[in-house]
Design a protein around this ligand. Structure first.
Ligand code: GDP
Ligand code: MG
Length: 163
């Protein structure tokens, strides 16, 4: 069995873009369970061909608990529960938000290692963006730009070091 890594974060931080960048999506396995409106998307990251791992892209984890948003949140939580490692993805342009705080609080109740990934660092001051998340207390804050494929090697190294 390949290790499982889950992308978790609020909507629009760039989880799906990062998922595509890491899996290059063409050879990604996408499971669509019938009857599930927003299924989790699974793909295999083979950027290091020696050490592939399964990546799961989730919807938003917190917020409304009713209807579609609630179902999506449930799926996200289930993915985070079964993952060997969670990548907590945040938006380096917008900075830390109350929803990020809530998601992280939930993640910390789980017994799973979490890496902080600060996305969208293209065209902005990286250190300022990373500093905004200092209060979350992560030893490492990894800055990436999923759309520009910046920082993915460093992210990959950190992920593999923890699997
Ligand atoms: P998700 O809701 O977390 O899955 O976020 P998406 O992957 O759908 O991305 C949300 C928006 O952010 C889209 O318009 C993306 O093009 C944009 N986006 C994603 N990654 C980056 C990035 O690294 N830099 C910039 N500037 N925009 C990004
Ligand atoms: Mg998405």
């Amino acid at each position: 069995m390949l290790p499982l890594v889950a992308l978790v974060g609020r909507p629009n931080v760039g989880k799906s873009t990062l998922f595509n960048a890491l899996t290059r999506s063409r050879d990604a396995l996408v499971h669509d369970a019938p009857g599930v409106t927003r299924d989790r998307n699974y793909g295999v990251c083979r950027l290091d061909p020696e050490r592939p791992f399964v990546l799961v892209d989730t919807g938003g984890i917190a917020g409304q608990e009713e209807g579609l948003a609630g179902a999506t949140a449930k799926q996200s939580r289930a993915a985070a529960e079964e993952a060997d490692l969670v990548l907590f993805v945040v938006d380096g342009r917008e900075g830390a938000s109350a929803l990020d705080d809530a998601i992280l609080a939930w993640l910390r109740k789980r017994d799973r290692p979490v890496l902080l990934v600060v996305n969208k660092i293209d065209g902005i001051d990286v250190q300022t963006a990373l500093n905004d998340f200092a209060r979350y207390g992560f030893r490492d804050r990894i800055g990436v730009s999923s759309s520009h494929r910046t920082g993915l090697d460093a992210l990959l190294a950190d992920v593999l070091a923890r699997l």
